[in-house]
Design a binder for this molecule. Structure first.
Ligand code: UN1
Length: 511
């Protein structure tokens, strides 16, 4: 049995916690008291004093001051501080991963995997801290030089979701820090303790390096804290991960003040299984994508689009695989599927199931809400599979639960059309051994998603790539590749080192 109390002690989580921190300094907010319950066993873990408006303004005032100092520290030096944070995370991986699993409900393996993503992004950000490259251009004017520089953008607000309660913050924060920005984090009110634990883990690094107070802040709270951030002209960039309605509200508020937003919202991710697919890898890929994290990743597999000749075989193998799934305490390694985040999520799963039935869908693996011993929290459901039409309203919508849809197709063009025919555009995959099909899927007439994979599933992206999607997914890109550019402002500089003043475009202006 895992000793949760001991892990909370090691992570500095108290029975009642300060819900506001500016890195080195923390205090109990004057907002409402929030209680964090575990979906694993339904037990109360700890309480948090959430931020009120006064606390929020204090944090932002300190962030503004911190930015004035932080932006002057050379980027590789900031990178070295991020490296030290990565070292601390390595030491605390087991404890933080366990708390992620206990507060959020994902399997311990996935909790540890999430902390590994944090460590990996630290390493990546250290490298990037020496590669914040701008281009140089040849000027059309004699004795002129043109180049561009990337400068920090300022204050970055990070709104994160419960399903990746720590990794998504680190994707944003580690890059923003090496870029010279300061971060204000509003974690999900469903997983506030993991956010507090992260601050405890990096606190010694901040202290040892004399990092100014306000470089890493947390303001816990609900929707209103998100609105304060979105409406605040002092926040240059809001990076928000979560539902499409949340992203729309944040995006509209930030756009109203002409600020920048980086949105990573819902997906409706499909896997196309073609006639030539190797089902020995396709089936596990589908099952992990659909039931991993109990279907609560934005990259979770929601739809399987299967070629008609192999439809019955795929269906039978999926039914067999689902019959072998063990549902239960995610901290116990033999279980594949843990609980949903809370009872509201269970109700939403049930409501979606009803809508599938009303639309004419047919369940081949029936959904259930589990009760009895081990399931006292009321948050455990069994994963389900339904045969549907892609056009059903409920299929067009992202249900954040292990509800998988099976859809039949005849030719590859039809499969790609079905894959793209949803409002969201995050992740997609094809299982095929036919190079024509895979190349068509990856081409400009193929998948319209930000992520398109061949012979792997839709979830579990590595941090080195740019992560995000199109359409209602929001268009933002986080994590690897050149996503760092979102956290900086570009300045174009033209320098005249001659003694004449020629104008661009050959314009003559004489007097
Ligand atoms: C999310 O669900 O918001 O690709 C992020 C994945 C993970 C990240 C998911 N690396 O599934």
């Amino acid at each position: 049995m895992i000793d949760i109390k001991n892990i909370l002690d090691k992570l500095g989580i108290e029975p009642v916690n300060h819900g506001v921190t500016t890195g080195q300094v923390s205090w109990p907010g004057n907002g409402e008291i929030l209680t964090s319950f575990s979906p694993v066993d339904g037990k109360k873990i700890a309480e948090i004093g959430q931020a009120g408006k006064y606390d929020y303004d204090q944090v932002i005032a300190r962030s503004v001051e911190a930015y004035k100092v932080w932006r002057l520290i050379p980027a590789p030096k900031r990178g070295d501080i991020v490296r030290q944070m990565g070292d601390q995370l390595r030491k605390m991986k087991q404890d933080l991963g366990t708390l992620v699993s206990y507060e959020m409900g994902k399997s311990l393996q996935e909790g540890l995997g999430e902390v590994q993503e944090m460590i990996d992004i630290c390493d990546f950000a250290v490298g990037i801290s020496r590669q914040l490259y701008g281009l140089t251009m040849h000027s059309e004017r004699p004795m002129h030089r043109m180049y561009e520089q990337w400068h920090p953008i300022g204050l970055v607000g990070v709104i994160s979701a419960f399903n990746f309660p720590v990794a998504v913050w680190s994707w944003n924060a580690m890059l923003a820090w090496v870029c010279g920005d300061v971060c204000i984090w509003k974690p999900s009110e469903k997983t506030p303790l993991t956010a507090i634990a992260c601050q405890q883990i990096i606190k010694t690094v901040l202290k040892e390096n004399d990092v100014p107070e306000g470089v890493s802040s947390v303001v816990t709270g609900g929707r209103e804290v998100g609105i304060w951030l979105a409406d605040d002209p002092r926040i240059a960039l809001i990076s928000a991960t979560g539902s499409i309605p949340m992203g729309r509200a944040v995006g509209e508020a930030v756009a109203r003040r002409l600020g920048r937003s980086l949105l990573e919202l819902g997906g409706n991710n499909a896997i196309i299984v073609t006639r030539s697919a190797d089902l020995n890898i396709a089936i596990p890929g589908i099952v992990f994508g659909a039931v991993g994290t109990a279907g609560q990743r934005c990259t979770s597999t929601r739809r399987i689009i299967v070629q008609e000749d192999i439809y019955e075989e795929v269906k039978n193998r999926l039914v067999k695989a689902y019959s072998q799934l063990k549902i239960g305490n995610p901290l116990e390694t033999q279980n594949h599927v843990g609980p949903l985040i809370d009872k509201m999520a269970v109700e939403q799963y049930q409501a979606s199931v009803e809508k599938v039935k009303e639309a004419g869908g047919h369940f081949i693996v029936a959904p259930n809400v589990l009760s009895g011993e081990e399931y006292e929290s009321g948050c455990y459901v069994s994963p389900s599979i339904a045969e549907v039409e892609n056009g059903y309203a409920i299929v067009q919508h992202e249900t954040f639960a292990p509800l998988l849809y099976l859809i039949k197709y005849t030719d590859i063009e039809e499969a790609i059309a079905i894959q793209n025919d949803v409002p969201q555009g995050l992740s997609s995959a094809i299982f095929t051994n036919n190079v024509r099909e895979s190349e068509q899927f990856l081409s400009q007439v193929g998948s319209d998603c930000g992520i398109a994979n061949v012979n792997i599933g839709t979830s579990g992206a590595e941090i080195g790539g740019a992560f995000g999607g199109e359409k209602e997914t929001g268009g933002g890109r986080e994590s690897g590749s050149d996503s760092w550019k979102a956290y900086m402002r570009r300045q174009t500089n033209t320098i005249n080192y001659g003694s004449a003043l020629p104008l661009a475009q050959g314009i003559k202006f004489e007097f």
